[in-house]
Design a protein around this ligand. Structure first.
Ligand code: PLP
Length: 453
């Protein structure tokens, strides 16, 4: 384990951090009395550390947002310089750094997606994309997949498919779910990737017909499903969805909040399949989350809807200069070889090493992914594919994954664990040596999962 001196406060410092947190901070997604958040003192590159100096190699990139790692000097400097120049200008004004960020994003977006509406994060981006699609089409329904997460605001959580949606129901009218492709746990009893893709498309076509094409404003999907399993679409699936949208005048929204900005080795994950959506939503990796930023990249055709007609939406901090300065710096750093690094590390380091782990550990049911975006799916039985913990497990039912997680952390690796999976999503700048170090720790921690096999 590496110990880093910088920024570490010990003793009473950490006691105050914990006391203030427990007394006054209300945490996301948690039963407040059942958590003990790790006090984090600092970070650099692919590692962060607590107040005692224990360092973790981060295979989660925080919440899969820290694509350029901790304290990247170019991003820190850009924020500092912008702060010294102009901290805030409201969205109705034009501003150099906001315009430059929008231009750099539009230049990298596929097709004629030339305009950017800035938000503070991913959920707001999806809210606004849905609003644009409804106004553009004059229709109200939005279709999304069961295995998805789109954010925690009203519309975004209604479209989310996973159990985080349940407490927010009854849902917003017009939110309709369908099954996306997932060959390992096929909803269509498919026996190959190709069959899964074809059957998933037929299911979507059927869903559109029974819901009524003339009522459907948009289909929103995560290009590569993130939290719900790093599900890479089978060849032809996204092109098929595009074709269905074209046939029925439906807006295609690619949620690239997690998969975009280098995570999959391209600016936008959808570039892997050469498909052009009508709207792309982004956040996280656009500036590594150094200052909150998200947005919607908008096609010419949807932009045309709002040439003469006012767009009825806005946010005080839309295109915040500090966030945009971080985005400009981040895009420039990424343009300097980071995308190639992600592709190379995914292909030459992560994929082969995970394949080795799958061969050695019986509890590994499947590994899948691309770039620096991978899932290791754990099972009790390879033949039946029974998950290591039940779907949506909590408490004692979740113990095998809790023990696996603890085994990683004890050895200095911070994993991203969701249900019966651990995801490999380190900063895109993580070196080959660091990746091998983290994958070795995963190897050791998987012995714990094997005990349940
Ligand atoms: N969409 C996807 C695919 C996400 O992964 C997330 C967050 O994890 C969101 C939307 C919501 O983003 P935010 O938390 O910035 O609102």
């Amino acid at each position: 384990m590496t110990t880093i001196d910088q920024g570490i406060t010990t003793g009473s410092g950490v006691d105050t951090v914990v006391a203030d947190d427990r007394a006054h901070v209300f945490h996301s997604w948690s039963a407040q009395d059942k958590i003990s958040p790790l006090p984090v003192a600092g970070g650099e590159g692919s590692r962060f550390w607590d107040y005692e100096g224990k360092t973790y190699l981060d295979f989660s990139s925080q919440l899969v947002n820290l694509n350029l790692g901790y304290q990247h000097p170019a991003l820190v400097a850009a924020i500092q310089e912008q702060a010294a120049r102009l901290c805030m200008v409201q969205p109705a004004f034009a501003n150099d750094v906001r315009g430059e960020a929008a231009r750099l994003i539009a230049e990298r977006a596929p097709g004629e997606l030339n305009h950017v509406f800035f938000t503070n994060g991913g959920a707001e981006a999806n809210e606004n994309a849905i609003r644009m699609a409804r106004l553009h089409t004059g229709r109200h329904k939005v279709l999304s997949t069961y295995r998805s997460y789109h954010g925690a605001t009203a519309g975004a959580i209604a479209l989310t498919g996973d159990p985080r949606r349940w407490p927010s129901e009854p849902s917003i009218p017009g939110s309709v779910h369908f099954w996306g492709p997932y060959a390992y746990r096929s909803a269509f009893h498919a026996t190959s990737e190709a069959e899964e893709g074809a059957r998933a498309l037929q299911h979507l076509a059927d869903t559109i017909m029974v819901e009524g094409p003339s009522t459907i404003a948009a289909i929103i999907l995560e290009t590569v499903v993130g939290t719900n399993g790093i599900l890479v679409p089978p060849p032809g699936y996204l092109a098929g969805v595009r074709e269905l949208c074209d046939r029925h005048g439906i807006v295609l929204i690619a949620d690239e909040v997690m998969a975009g900005f280098g995570r999959c080795g391209e600016w936008f994950a959808i570039d892997h399949w050469g498909v052009v959506p009508d709207l792309i939503t982004f956040a996280k990796g656009v500036n590594s989350g150094y200052v909150p930023l998200g947005g919607v990249v908008i096609s010419e055709s949807i932009f045309d809807t709002f040439r003469e007609r006012a767009y009825p939406g806005g946010l005080t901090y839309s295109g915040h200069p500090l966030a945009c300065a971080a985005a400009v710096a981040s895009i420039k750093v990424m343009s300097d070889g980071v995308l190639d690094h992600v592709k190379e590390m995914g292909r030459d380091v992560i994929a082969p090493r995970l394949a080795e782990l799958a061969a050695r550990h019986p509890s590994v049911g499947e590994v899948r992914g691309l770039g620096m975006f991978w899932a290791v799916e754990l099972v009790r039985d390879r033949a039946t594919r029974e998950p290591l913990v039940p779907f949506n497990a909590a408490g004692p039912d979740a113990e095998p994954m809790a023990r696996f997680t603890a085994a990683c952390k004890e050895r200095g690796l911070w994993p991203f664990v969701h249900f019966n999976r651990t995801h490999v999503a380190p900063p895109c700048t993580t070196t080959r040596e660091e990746l091998l170090e983290g994958l070795d720790i995963l190897d050791q921690a998987l012995d714990v999962a094997d005990e349940y096999y």
